[in-house]
Design a protein around this ligand. Structure first.
Ligand code: S3P
Length: 167
Protein backbone atom coordinates (compact mmCIF):
# COMPACT_ATOMS: atom_id res chain seq x y z
CA UNK A 1 0.00 0.00 0.00
CA UNK A 2 1.51 3.30 -1.04
CA UNK A 3 0.74 5.71 1.77
CA UNK A 4 2.38 9.11 2.03
CA UNK A 5 4.13 9.28 5.39
CA UNK A 6 5.27 12.63 6.74
CA UNK A 7 8.11 12.62 9.23
CA UNK A 8 10.16 15.35 10.90
CA UNK A 9 10.44 17.44 14.02
CA UNK A 10 7.69 19.11 16.01
CA UNK A 11 6.88 22.29 14.14
CA UNK A 12 7.99 21.00 10.76
CA UNK A 13 4.43 21.29 9.42
CA UNK A 14 3.46 17.61 9.18
CA UNK A 15 -0.14 18.12 10.21
CA UNK A 16 -0.81 21.28 8.19
CA UNK A 17 0.89 19.97 5.06
CA UNK A 18 -0.59 16.50 5.49
CA UNK A 19 -4.10 17.93 5.61
CA UNK A 20 -3.52 19.89 2.39
CA UNK A 21 -2.13 16.84 0.56
CA UNK A 22 -5.07 14.74 1.73
CA UNK A 23 -7.58 17.36 0.57
CA UNK A 24 -5.98 17.87 -2.84
CA UNK A 25 -5.50 14.15 -3.53
CA UNK A 26 -8.78 13.02 -1.87
CA UNK A 27 -6.89 10.68 0.45
CA UNK A 28 -7.70 10.07 4.11
CA UNK A 29 -5.57 11.94 6.61
CA UNK A 30 -4.27 10.01 9.61
CA UNK A 31 -2.50 11.78 12.46
CA UNK A 32 -0.87 9.19 14.73
CA UNK A 33 -0.83 11.55 17.75
CA UNK A 34 -4.55 11.99 17.33
CA UNK A 35 -5.05 8.20 17.28
CA UNK A 36 -3.00 7.90 20.48
CA UNK A 37 -5.22 10.52 22.14
CA UNK A 38 -8.34 8.66 21.01
CA UNK A 39 -7.05 5.31 22.23
CA UNK A 40 -5.99 6.56 25.67
CA UNK A 41 -8.63 9.25 26.18
CA UNK A 42 -5.78 11.55 27.24
CA UNK A 43 -3.97 14.44 25.55
CA UNK A 44 -0.38 13.82 24.40
CA UNK A 45 0.78 16.35 27.04
CA UNK A 46 -1.03 14.50 29.82
CA UNK A 47 0.27 11.12 28.69
CA UNK A 48 3.88 12.32 28.71
CA UNK A 49 3.61 14.53 31.80
CA UNK A 50 1.62 12.08 33.93
CA UNK A 51 2.58 8.63 32.65
CA UNK A 52 6.03 9.48 31.29
CA UNK A 53 7.68 9.43 27.89
CA UNK A 54 8.54 5.71 28.06
CA UNK A 55 4.85 4.84 28.42
CA UNK A 56 3.98 7.24 25.57
CA UNK A 57 6.51 5.49 23.29
CA UNK A 58 4.92 2.09 24.02
CA UNK A 59 1.43 3.33 23.11
CA UNK A 60 2.83 5.17 20.07
CA UNK A 61 4.46 1.97 18.81
CA UNK A 62 1.33 -0.06 19.37
CA UNK A 63 -0.86 2.48 17.55
CA UNK A 64 1.46 2.92 14.56
CA UNK A 65 2.25 -0.77 14.08
CA UNK A 66 -1.48 -1.56 14.10
CA UNK A 67 -2.23 0.89 11.29
CA UNK A 68 -3.93 -0.80 8.37
CA UNK A 69 -5.70 1.87 6.36
CA UNK A 70 -7.62 0.32 3.50
CA UNK A 71 -7.11 3.13 1.03
CA UNK A 72 -3.86 4.94 0.21
CA UNK A 73 -3.70 7.63 2.89
CA UNK A 74 -1.60 10.51 4.14
CA UNK A 75 -0.07 9.70 7.53
CA UNK A 76 1.49 12.26 9.87
CA UNK A 77 3.70 10.79 12.58
CA UNK A 78 4.88 12.23 15.91
CA UNK A 79 8.41 13.64 15.67
CA UNK A 80 10.07 10.93 17.75
CA UNK A 81 8.25 7.88 16.37
CA UNK A 82 10.73 6.95 13.64
CA UNK A 83 13.58 6.69 16.15
CA UNK A 84 12.19 3.24 16.91
CA UNK A 85 13.71 0.86 14.34
CA UNK A 86 10.60 -1.34 14.11
CA UNK A 87 8.35 1.65 13.52
CA UNK A 88 10.68 3.06 10.88
CA UNK A 89 10.90 -0.25 8.97
CA UNK A 90 7.13 -0.64 9.21
CA UNK A 91 6.56 2.83 7.77
CA UNK A 92 9.16 2.37 5.02
CA UNK A 93 7.26 -0.71 3.87
CA UNK A 94 3.90 1.06 4.12
CA UNK A 95 4.67 3.78 1.61
CA UNK A 96 6.81 6.77 0.72
CA UNK A 97 8.41 8.54 3.64
CA UNK A 98 8.80 12.30 3.31
CA UNK A 99 11.07 14.27 5.65
CA UNK A 100 9.95 17.86 6.17
CA UNK A 101 13.30 19.47 6.86
CA UNK A 102 13.53 22.76 8.75
CA UNK A 103 16.31 24.53 10.63
CA UNK A 104 16.32 24.83 14.44
CA UNK A 105 15.50 28.56 14.09
CA UNK A 106 12.41 27.87 12.01
CA UNK A 107 11.32 25.03 14.33
CA UNK A 108 11.83 27.31 17.31
CA UNK A 109 9.59 30.00 15.79
CA UNK A 110 6.90 27.42 14.96
CA UNK A 111 6.72 25.85 18.43
CA UNK A 112 5.72 28.84 20.53
CA UNK A 113 2.75 26.87 21.94
CA UNK A 114 5.15 24.71 23.97
CA UNK A 115 2.42 23.72 26.43
CA UNK A 116 1.14 21.24 23.82
CA UNK A 117 4.72 20.04 23.16
CA UNK A 118 5.64 18.44 26.46
CA UNK A 119 9.18 17.58 25.38
CA UNK A 120 9.92 21.27 24.78
CA UNK A 121 8.50 22.56 28.03
CA UNK A 122 11.36 22.03 30.42
CA UNK A 123 14.48 24.02 29.61
CA UNK A 124 15.73 26.19 26.77
CA UNK A 125 13.49 25.39 23.79
CA UNK A 126 16.08 26.19 21.13
CA UNK A 127 18.69 24.04 22.85
CA UNK A 128 16.27 21.13 23.16
CA UNK A 129 15.34 21.44 19.48
CA UNK A 130 19.01 21.51 18.46
CA UNK A 131 19.79 18.47 20.58
CA UNK A 132 16.79 16.43 19.36
CA UNK A 133 17.41 17.36 15.74
CA UNK A 134 21.08 16.43 16.02
CA UNK A 135 20.11 13.00 17.30
CA UNK A 136 17.22 12.43 14.92
CA UNK A 137 18.31 13.93 11.64
CA UNK A 138 20.42 10.97 10.42
CA UNK A 139 17.25 8.86 10.68
CA UNK A 140 15.02 11.52 9.11
CA UNK A 141 17.45 11.71 6.18
CA UNK A 142 16.84 8.01 5.43
CA UNK A 143 13.42 9.04 4.09
CA UNK A 144 12.52 8.49 0.45
CA UNK A 145 12.34 12.21 -0.17
CA UNK A 146 13.56 15.25 1.73
CA UNK A 147 11.64 18.50 1.37
CA UNK A 148 13.00 21.80 2.67
CA UNK A 149 10.10 23.34 4.51
CA UNK A 150 12.00 26.55 5.39
CA UNK A 151 10.40 29.76 4.14
CA UNK A 152 7.74 28.33 1.84
CA UNK A 153 4.01 28.23 2.40
CA UNK A 154 2.42 24.90 3.42
CA UNK A 155 0.42 24.91 0.14
CA UNK A 156 3.61 25.29 -1.90
CA UNK A 157 5.32 22.46 -0.01
CA UNK A 158 2.25 20.22 -0.37
CA UNK A 159 2.21 20.86 -4.13
CA UNK A 160 5.90 20.00 -4.36
CA UNK A 161 5.32 16.67 -2.55
CA UNK A 162 2.33 15.85 -4.75
CA UNK A 163 4.45 16.47 -7.88
CA UNK A 164 7.48 14.58 -6.65
CA UNK A 165 5.45 11.54 -5.65
CA UNK A 166 3.24 11.73 -8.78
CA UNK A 167 0.09 11.61 -6.61
C1 S3P B 1 7.13 14.32 19.85
C2 S3P B 1 6.37 14.98 18.92
C3 S3P B 1 4.93 15.22 19.05
C4 S3P B 1 4.31 14.15 19.96
C5 S3P B 1 5.04 14.05 21.25
C6 S3P B 1 6.51 13.71 21.07
C7 S3P B 1 8.58 14.16 19.62
O1 S3P B 1 4.31 15.18 17.78
O2 S3P B 1 4.30 12.91 19.33
O3 S3P B 1 4.89 15.28 21.92
O4 S3P B 1 9.21 13.30 20.27
O5 S3P B 1 9.14 14.89 18.77
P1 S3P B 1 4.50 16.31 16.63
O6 S3P B 1 5.82 16.06 15.97
O7 S3P B 1 3.36 16.05 15.71
O8 S3P B 1 4.43 17.64 17.32
Amino acid sequence: MEHVILIGMMGSGKTTIGRIISRVTSRNFIDTDHLIEKKTGMSISDIINIKGEAYFRIVEKDVIMSLEPEAPSVISTGGGAVMDDDIFSFLKKAGKTVYLKASPDVLYRRTTNAEVRPLLMHGDRLEIIQRLLGKREPRYLESDIVIESGNRSPADIAEDIIKRLHL
